[in-house]
Design a protein around this ligand. Structure first.
Ligand code: AMP
Ligand code: ZN
Length: 457
C-alpha cells in the first residue's frame, strides 16, 4: 500500500503520515459559526476537510471525525471585543439566539449533504459544552496561565513558551509590537478564555462560572470539545488558513498549557476561495451561496468538481466559466457511465488504480488524480468509476442504466430503418428529433446506444 504524505503546518513540511494508534485516526475540524448561510468559500474548506477524511479512509484508516458548531462566543472582532455574532444576528432578525443558531446549523448541514460531504461522527455545540470549557479554564487557572481584567479571564501567552509554533513568520497582525488592543491586556496576543456579561445590557446566552456570569471565549470551545471526544492528544486538526495566526495558535497554547502534552500531531489548512481578486468573505461583499449557484442552473456537485481541480493548499479563483467547464466535465462522465451500463463489462484497470492512489497519496493531490482519471477515462470499467468516486464524491453510483421512453425507442427503430435504406437525410432528421427530446445516440460497433442528455442531478 502506498504511503500517505501530508503537509503539516506545524513542521512546515510534508511528512509521512503516522497515526498514534495503528489504523485509528482522531480528526478534528473547526466548524461554522452559525449566524449566516455558509458561502461557497467556507464550503471550499469543508470540501477540503471531506477530501482529507475520504483520503484517510481510502488508505485504510479508521477515522473518528469531530466538527464543532460555534453557537456562542465568536465575536465580531478577533480582538475579543465587539458583539457576539449569533446574538447580533438574533437581534437583527428579532429571533432568539438559539433559533438563529439552529436554523443556520440546519442550513449548513443541508449544504454539506448537497455537496456530498460525509458527515462527521459528532457535531458538538459550544453551548452544550459550557462545563467542559469552564473545567479547562480552571485547569489553566490552577497552573497560573490566566489573569483577570474587567471584561474577562485572559490567557497569558508570555507564560506559554512555545506560543506561535504554527507561525512561519510572525503574523502581520502581531507585528505592530507594543500596541495592545484591550487596555488591560498584558500582551497583544493574549486572548479571552471567559468573557463577563456586560453590566449595562442583558445577554441571551450567559452562564454562571467561578468568575461570574458570562460566556466562553471562542477558542476554548475547540480545545474543550476536541479533547473530550478525541483525547488530550489526537492525530489531525484542520481548518482554513485564516485560523493559523490566531485561532489554532491559541488552541495549541491553552490545550498544551493545560495538559502538558502535545495537542494535535498534524495541522492541516485549506487555502481560500477568491473572487474578484479577493478572498471570498462577508466583509469583502463578494459572497455566493450554493443556493445562488443552483438558481443559476448549476448543481452543487458542479461546484464540488470545480474544487477538486485545484490543490487544497493553493488559492482557488472562482469564475462562472470555470464552473461551466466543471458542469461539462460532469455531463461527459455521466453520459459515459450510462453507456458503460449498456456495454459488455470491462476489466478493472489496475494501472489506473495504482496511478490514482499514488497521486492522491502525495498530500491529497486531487488535481493530479483527476488528470490520471481523464487520461484513462475511455479504458475504465464501471467498477473503476465507482472506486474512484470514493474520493471524488460525485455520486457516480447513482447514475443508472437509462430507461428511454417508448416514444424514443420507436424513433430510434425508425432511424435504423432509414439507415439500412441509406437514407441518411431522414435518419439524421430523426436523430435531431431525438436530441431535442434530450436523448443522445452513440453508434457503437454493437449498434446504437441511447443515453439521457438531460440535466444532471
Ligand atoms: P467561519 O464560519 O467564519 O468560522 O468560517 C468557517 C470556515 O470557512 C473556516 O474554516 C474558514 O477558514 C473558512 N473560510 C472562510 N472564508 C473562506 C474562503 N474565502 N475560502 C475558503 N475558506 C474560507
Ligand atoms: Zn476551532
Amino acid at each position: 500500500m502506498q504511503e500517505l504524505i501530508l503537509y503539516n503546518t506545524l513542521t512546515h513540511k510534508k511528512e509521512k503520515f503516522r497515526p498514534r494508534k495503528g489504523k485509528k485516526v482522531g480528526y478534528y475540524a473547526c466548524g461554522p459559526t452559525v449566524y449566516q448561510y455558509a458561502h461557497i468559500g467556507n464550503l471550499r474548506t469543508y470540501i477540503f476537510e471531506d477530501l482529507l477524511k475520504r483520503t484517510l479512509e481510502f488508505f485504510g484508516y479508521n477515522v473518528t471525525h469531530i466538527m464543532n458548531i460555534t453557537d456562542v462566543g465568536h465575536l465580531t472582532s478577533d480582538e475579543d471585543t465587539g458583539e457576539d455574532k449569533v446574538e447580533k444576528e438574533a437581534e437583527r432578525q428579532k429571533k432568539s439566539a438559539q433559533e438563529i443558531a439552529r436554523f443556520y446549523e440546519d442550513e449548513f448541514k443541508k449544504d454539506l449533504k448537497k455537496l456530498n460531504i460525509l458527515f462527521p461522527d459528532t457535531f458538538p455545540r459550544a453551548t452544550e459544552h459550557i462545563q467542559e470549557q469552564i473545567d479547562l479554564i480552571q485547569k489553566l487557572e490552577e497552573k497560573g496561565f490566566t489573569y483577570k481584567i474587567p471584561d474577562g479571564i485572559y490567557f497569558a501567552t508570555k507564560k506559554f513558551k512555545a506560543y506561535g509554533a504554527l507561525w512561519k513568520t510572525r503574523p502581520q497582525k502581531f507585528q505592530k509590537s507594543g500596541r495592545i488592543q484591550t487596555k488591560e491586556k498584558r500582551n497583544e496576543q493574549d486572548f479571552a478564555l471567559w468573557k463577563f456579561s456586560p453590566k449595562d445590557s442583558k445577554r441571551q446566552m450567559e452562564w454562571s462560572s467561578p468568575w461570574g456570569m458570562g460566556f466562553p471565549g471562542w477558542h476554548i470551545e475547540c480545545s474543550a470539545m476536541s479533547m473530550k471526544y478525541l483525547g488530550e492528544t489526537f492525530d489531525i486538526h484542520a481548518g482554513g488558513i485564516d485560523h493559523i495566526p490566531v485561532h489554532h495558535t491559541n488552541e495549541i497554547a491553552q490545550s498544551e498549557a493545560a495538559t502538558g502534552k502535545q495537542f494535535a500531531h498534524y495541522w492541516m489548512h485549506g487555502n481560500f476561495l477568491q473572487a474578484d481578486g479577493k478572498r471570498m468573505g462577508k466583509s469583502e461583499g463578494n459572497l455566493l451561496t450554493i443556493e445562488e449557484l443552483q438558481k443559476k442552473g448549476f448543481s452543487p456537485l458542479d461546484y464540488r468538481y470545480f474544487v477538486l481541480g485545484t490543490h487544497y493548499r493553493s488559492p482557488l479563483l472562482f469564475s462562472f466559466e470555470a464552473l461551466e467547464a466543471a458542469r461539462s466535465a460532469r455531463a461527459r462522465i455521466n453520459q459515459h457511465i450510462q453507456k458503460l451500463h449498456q456495454l459488455p463489462k470491462k476489466n478493472d484497470n489496475r494501472g489506473f488504480r495504482n496511478a490514482f492512489g499514488h497521486t492522491l497519496a502525495d498530500d491529497i493531490d486531487t488535481p493530479g488524480a483527476l488528470a490520471v482519471f481523464w487520461k484513462h477515462f475511455e479504458t475504465l470499467s464501471l467498477a473503476d468509476f465507482i472506486w474512484a468516486d470514493t474520493i471524488l464524491g460525485l455520486r457516480l453510483k447513482s447514475i443508472k442504466k437509462p430507461n428511454p421512453p417508448r416514444e424514443i425507442k420507436k424513433l430510434l427503430r425508425e432511424r435504423e430503418e432509414y439507415r439500412k435504406k441509406t437514407d441518411w437525410q431522414k435518419a439524421d432528421a430523426i436523430r435531431k428529433e431525438i436530441e431535442q427530446k434530450k436523448w443522445l445516440i452513440d453508434d457503437t460497433p454493437r449498434g446504437p446506444i441511447l443515453f439521457s442528455g438531460a440535466g444532471l442531478p
